[in-house]
Ligand binder design. Structure first.
Ligand code: AMP
Length: 423
């Protein structure tokens, strides 16, 4: 009979062999976040659909075609979270964080869901590490977010990351720029790709998201928003660039970087990596979202943050340095069924002292069990047969040198300490 179920498309199992990379990513995320004073927050995996419709924006790809929405038993529409910022802004107000000292610095690590066409580096369920700084509009907080992200990659020894930077203005300067873009593209409408033609009316900034070669030349010559920023937006962008230069972080000004979510204002940035290639070359990105709180119906409150893709960063980390899972050093073998409980107890004694011990139950030939111990990467094997048990002795085998000695039970710990060091 065939198995009833397969892994759903666009999902993946994070197997033990992958785990060391994920743990390294998470440890580095916690480490960097805490150094900058960010505290961890977990919001639910699902929210009311309206949160994303109003926060992320109706015209965005995420809301228009990538959400996993469903009705609960009361007929309320819920959605598996496609992104973390709108939920965290909601949580900020729900928990009354607006009355705490500002800004509030939060970070998260968890799964997100988007019904995009699966391909290498793109999944239906994926994990992000993200930060949000809410309640202060200082452009130096944009710099802080960018530096924190940059340090995350550096702390993981990931080389080859390029920082792309742009400003997309705010509600003061963006409407006029949008108009300017429409005027620029209008004569070429027939030459644009179908997707871009659709974006032309709804949100012409998104024309820059097009990966279509046919749109490239037009994009290249289009007016750049950084040349049309209002005074305050231009000043903020200047501070961001100065701040990054002072931190000696190189960036590429990328007028094509607009990002797909409606809530961004002013600074937007993305970390790209050459080895990922193609459309999926972004490891993470973020920006300022001073209009989001108001779009969600709260008091206008500025914010800035980023989200990093854990799967893509794990792929890059794997390419740069091999990591192996932590494995127990000691392998405990009973030669006969009557010795098993005795060996089980020895294993417990060593674990209580901080050693990792694998207990091997069941009867098998000694050489087969030793082969298993070697395969598991054990450094020391404990062997007990009826003779040893009677004399309260244990054979301790050094798996590397393949030599073994017999010790009394009370010498077990000191011998293991001698061989492996204290724990
Ligand atoms: P975004 O929230 O779209 O800015 O995404 C931030 C980062 O999350 C991206 O740079 C990717 O690394 C990662 N990401 C976004 N969507 C997916 C997906 N469908 N599968 C895997 N990673 C994703």
């Amino acid at each position: 009979m065939a198995p009833v179920a397969k892994r759903p498309p666009g999902t993946q199992d994070i197997l033990p062999a992958d785990r060391p990379y994920w743990e390294a990513l998470e440890a580095a995320a916690r480490d960097q976040a805490l150094r900058f004073g960010y505290q961890r927050i977990e919001t639910p995996i699902y929210e009311t659909t309206d949160l994303f419709v109003r926060g992320v924006g109706e015209g965005t790809d995420i809301v228009s075609k990538e959400m996993y929405s469903f009705s609960d038993r009361g007929g309320r529409s819920l959605t598996l979270r496609p992104e973390g910022t709108a939920p965290i802004v909601r949580a900020y107000f729900d928990a009354g964080m607006q009355v705490e000292p500002q800004p509030v610095r939060l970070f998260y690590i968890g799964p997100f869901f988007r019904a995009e066409r699966p391909q290498a580096g793109r999944f239906h369920q994926f994990y992000q590490f993200g930060i949000e700084t809410i309640g202060d509009a200082s452009p130096l907080l944009d710099v802080e977010a960018i530096v924190l992200g940059w340090n995350w990659f550096a702390g993981l020894d990931i080389a080859g990351v390029t920082l792309h930077l742009n400003s997309i203005g705010d509600e003061v300067c963006r409407p006029a720029y949008r108009q300017l873009l429409r005027e620029y593209f209008r004569p070429y409408l027939a030459e644009l790709s179908e997707t871009s033609r659709a974006r032309f009316e709804k949100n012409p900034l998104r024309l820059f998201d097009s990966k279509d070669p046919q749109d490239e030349r037009l994009k290249h010559n289009a007016p750049r928003i950084v040349d049309h920023l209002c005074g305050p937006c231009a000043e903020a962008f200047h501070v961001v660039k100065e701040g990054l230069a002072a931190q000696e972080i190189a960036f590429e000004l990328n007028p094509n970087l607009v990002r797909g979510l409606d809530y961004y204002t002013r600074t937007v940035f993305e970390y790209q990596h050459e080895s990922l290639g193609g459309a999926q070359n972004s490891l993470g990105g973020g920006g300022r979202y001073d209009g989001l709180a108001a779009a969600l119906g709260y008091r206008p409150t500025p914010g800035v943050g980023f989200a990093m893709g854990m799967e893509r960063t794990a792929i890059v980390l794997k390419q740069s340095k091999p990591l192996t899972p932590l494995i127990p050093e000691v392998y405990a073998i009973a030669l006969e069924a009557s010795d098993e409980l005795y060996v089980f107890r020895l294993a417990s004694t060593l674990r209580a002292r901080g050693y990792g011990v694998i207990f091997d139950p069941g009867l098998a030939r000694l050489d087969a069990k030793l082969r298993k111990a070697a395969k598991r990467g054990a450094r020391v094997a404990l062997l007990v047969g009826p003779e040893e048990r009677e004399k309260k002795q244990i054979v301790i085998r050094d798996m590397h040198s393949k030599t073994q000695t017999s010790v009394a039970e009370r010498e077990l710990l000191s011998t293991v300490v001698q061989m492996l060091g204290a724990r």
